[in-house]
Design a protein. Structure first.
Length: 214
């Protein structure tokens, strides 16, 4: 996780990444968060829950999350492209322009964004395997609870990016502003990681010794 978050710091220092590059990378990471949330909902199997009840919850909740979270994510991307995108594609032309503009802009910068995004995929994948599967958390949490988890993180990051972006625009290009963005992102991810570890620890059932029968 720390390595994945330090890559943008290297990019700022060595490859002259811009504020827009950082904003779009963090926007794409939110898609990664959504992807692993969907995977978590699909494999969740709370103890004591009937399989029909679990299947019904997944059939409703997973598509709803994909649409709702996807709209939120695309709206965030459209906002970033509109206010901070340099040489961004036109957002005119109706609903298709609204939907495609952030995706087209990200593709235009794929040479910069592809490999740090791959590292973030690995980072979140490791967290998914260790904190959700290997720990057994998938047997203790329901689909509705999993659906709500990414929204708190995404909203905080969204507000931070928007406010920080306007500050950066007002003050002009600054290495200090870019470093501040990276630092805030690292702090947010470390806090989320520690919270997940505490959640797993609290959810781990205490094994009691069975009474000896005569």
């Amino acid at each position: 996780m720390l390595i994945a978050n330090l890559v943008p710091l290297v990019g700022v220092y060595l490859w002259d990444w811009s504020l827009t590059d950082l904003l779009m990378l963090y926007w794409l990471e939110n898609a990664v968060v959504g992807l692993f949330t969907v995977l978590a909902m699909l494999v969740a199997r709370p103890d004591g829950q009937a399989w029909r009840q679990g299947l019904a919850a997944k059939l409703f909740t997973v598509p709803f999350f994909i649409v709702h979270y996807g709209m939120f994510w695309l709206g965030h991307g459209f906002f970033l492209v509109t206010f901070f995108g340099r040489d961004s594609p036109s957002v005119a032309g109706g609903p298709e322009g609204f939907i495609l503009a952030p995706l087209v802009f990200s593709w235009m910068r794929i040479d910069v964004l592809a490999w740090p995004l791959a590292l973030m995929l690995v980072s979140h994948g490791v967290s998914f395997v260790t904190n959700f599967l290997a720990s057994g958390e998938y047997r203790s949490v329901g689909v509705p609870q999993l659906m709500m988890r990414p929204y708190g993180r995404v909203v905080v990051l969204h507000v931070t990016i928007v406010l920080g972006g306007f500050v950066a625009v007002a003050l002009g290009p600054s290495l200090g502003i870019l470093l501040l963005f990276v630092t805030v992102k690292i702090v947010a991810d470390v806090s989320a990681h520690l919270k997940a570890k505490r959640r797993v620890a609290l959810a781990t059932p205490t094994v009691l010794a069975s009474p000896v029968r005569s």
